[in-house]
Design a protein around this ligand. Structure first.
Ligand SMILES: Nc1ncnc2c1ncn2[C@@H]1O[C@H](COP(=O)(O)OP(=O)(O)OP(=O)(O)O)[C@@H](O)[C@H]1O
Ligand SMILES: [Mg+2]
Length: 294
């Protein structure tokens, strides 16, 4: 049974439909900026793998603060155009973009979910909740900065991860992993020629992350590994934590278990314990800083 006061809460879907959400766009001080961005976004809506024609999807990704951040990145010529969506996840949308220096991947983290957003205006003016949405936003920004730093640290240790390039608010701009036509596939989506040697590479990567970077990825699996140029590339490092984190070992066991499950699905019978020993105590190569793409 819902609490009685729940009955008074507005239906978020109703708000989304009825609210004139784009009023701010026609304010003179935003109008020009929005036009610029819509030019730069040309082709993104309604193209690619997903249905972007739904205005609500657009709203979910491109709120005012995000548009401002993108606009700034464009003014600074760090991004020229946003070309097409690559993927959408629960926490972020990833786009292929272009700059004068070449292709980019732009990961835009959702600052709120649609429901929260629909309710935000009821919360914003209420002194009991003041600062709530700002704090939420700030948490997302910290998360994005964390992903930036984690990627930097992994690259410094010579690992193949996309080079983080710019970060503004909830927008992370990084090296695009893929070729002219498309982003690289995830390990999950392909059959590699020699899975066992790929598995050994993956354990070596996990070992370098743990022993050299003093980090644990904490979401390492065939979903967050791209296959590019005959090598595995690790992505999605927002949740990575240092080895001193109280749950670090638990996260490591989970990562190694997932990698081991992957290889065992290819017909092998590898023990998680052996893989774990390899990652914790096995030799790590002394890789020089990854400067590919520079
Ligand atoms: N640098 C990149 N180059 C090319 N493609 C990328 C890059 N970064 C991310 N992608 C693509 O975008 C997808 C989502 O990226 P990522 O895993 O970082 O975001 P996420 O929101 O955590 O997604 P999920 O919730 O699905 O894990 C990836 O699976 C990959 O296909
Ligand atoms: Mg991911």
């Amino acid at each position: 049974m819902p609490l009685e006061e729940d009955w008074d809460l507005p239906d978020p879907d109703e708000i989304m439909r009825s609210e004139s959400k784009h009023e701010w766009i026609s304010e003179p001080r935003y109008k020009k900026m929005f036009d610029d961005i819509e030019d730069a976004l040309q082709g993104v809506m309604g193209r690619g793998k997903f249905e972007w024609v739904d205005r609500r999807v657009f709203d979910q990704v491109f709120d005012r603060s995000t548009l401002l951040a993108l606009h700034k990145l464009m003014q600074q010529e760090n991004i020229e155009t946003i070309d097409y969506p690559i993927a959408r996840g629960k926490e972020a949308h990833v786009f292929r973009a272009s700059s004068q220096k070449g292709p980019l991947a732009v990961k835009i983290f959702h600052t709120t979910n649609a429901v929260f957003k629909g309710l935000a205006k009821y919360i914003d003016g209420d002194p009991r909740f003041s600062g709530l949405s700002r704090r939420h936003r700030e948490l997302v920004n910290i998360w994005v900065r964390k992903e930036f730093r984690n990627l930097k640290r992994m690259r410094k240790s010579g690992l193949r991860v996309p080079e983080p390039m710019f970060n503004l608010k909830n927008v992370l701009v990084m090296e695009f992993i893929g070729d002219e036509d498309s982003p690289s596939p995830r390990l999950k989506d392909i059959d590699v020629e020699n899975p066992l040697s790929v598995f050994e590479d993956l354990l070596e990567i996990a070992a370098v992350i743990w022993q050299t970077c003093d980090l644990v990825h904490a979401d390492l699996s065939e979903y967050n590994i791209l296959w590019y140029d005959e090598y595995p590339w690790v992505i999605d490092a927002g949740q990575a934590v240092t080895t001193r984190h109280p749950n670090a070992k638990e996260f490591l066991v989970r990562d190694v278990t997932r990698l081991t499950d992957w290889i065992n699905r290819k017909g092998y019978e590898i023990q998680v314990a052996d893989s774990l020993v390899r990652v914790l105590d096995g030799p790590v190569p002394n890789l020089s800083e990854n400067s590919s793409g520079d």
